[in-house]
Design a protein around this ligand. Structure first.
Ligand SMILES: C[S@@+](CC[C@H](N)C(=O)[O-])C[C@H]1O[C@@H](n2cnc3c(N)ncnc32)[C@H](O)[C@@H]1O
Length: 234
């Protein structure tokens, strides 16, 4: 009697990084992968970035439909569809990879990640900054006390810090106030990198005390550089 093997449908999902905004930062493999997809799911901004490459069905993620659409992605992949999840920047830094992994724990889903250029990399490049030893923080999903305490500790130690603010609850001004209120020197050099790679890109060089009174585009990254000296070699 021949052995009978039960076939379990394994869904394969590809998560593609769409880069920070400009078409010039979209990789050829990201475009090719999206062109081949029968279903592309991503936030409106990510879908717009690769609009001309999307040939299949596209579905826009919103704060309300994330779980529903990611479940739909898995079901569609199990049915044999080529499915792409499109994330801005790199999927692994505050992107769709984390969201998808927490949803798919213990499920038979094969994930392939196509990396993208992260806004974090562009920020470091614009500031001519090596980020080997930098502390990275993302407050994009909100700022809890534990994470804020870790940020404060790193700032007090004078570490280089690159962080994604939360545009609503923890924007750059609130971050600066939080740090100075808790003993970090108000003269600490800070850079805010807005709308990176886009036509309205702006790099603001300032200090914590000045930033605490300013407002910025929601698309921004903040870099704290305690040891930065104006005009000095980086
Ligand atoms: C959901 S996170 C996505 C980050 C993305 N995965 C990456 O690697 O760049 C969105 C946040 O990233 C930052 N961001 C993304 N694109 C940016 C850009 N072009 N310029 C400045 N900040 C950007 C902003 O802080 C924005 O609120």
């Amino acid at each position: 009697m021949g052995k009978h093997k039960e076939r379990i449908a394994v869904a394969k999902i590809t998560i593609v990084g769409a880069g920070p905004g400009s078409p010039e930062y979209i990789t050829p493999i990201a475009r090719r992968t999206v062109q081949k997809a029968q279903l592309v799911i991503g936030a409106e901004r990510a879908l717009n970035m690769l609009q001309s490459d999307i040939k299949g069905e596209k579905l826009a993620l919103t704060a309300k439909n994330v779980n529903e659409l990611l479940q739909h992605a898995i079901i569609s992949a199990k049915e044999g569809k080529t499915v792409v999840l499109l994330s801005t920047g790199d999927p692994g830094f505050s992107g769709l990879l984390g969201t998808f992994l927490s949803l798919t724990q213990a499920r038979s889903v094969e994930i392939e990640v196509i990396p993208g250029v992260s806004a974090l990399q562009v920020c470091a490049a614009r500031l001519c900054m090596c980020w080997d030893d930098a502390y990275l923080f993302s407050f994009h999903k909100g700022a809890d006390n534990e994470k804020k305490a870790e940020l404060l500790e790193a700032a007090k130690k004078g570490k280089d810090i690159i962080l994604l603010p939360d545009p609503k609850s923890f924007p750059p001004a609130e971050i600066a106030k939080f740090l100075t209120d808790n003993g970090v020197d108000g003269k600490t050099p800070v850079f805010v990198c807005e709308n990176l790679t886009l036509n309205n890109e702006r790099i603001i060089s300032s200090t914590l005390e000045e930033i605490s009174t300013m407002s910025f585009s929601s698309l921004c990254i903040l870099a704290l550089r305690s040891s930065y000296k104006q005009g000095a070699k980086q």
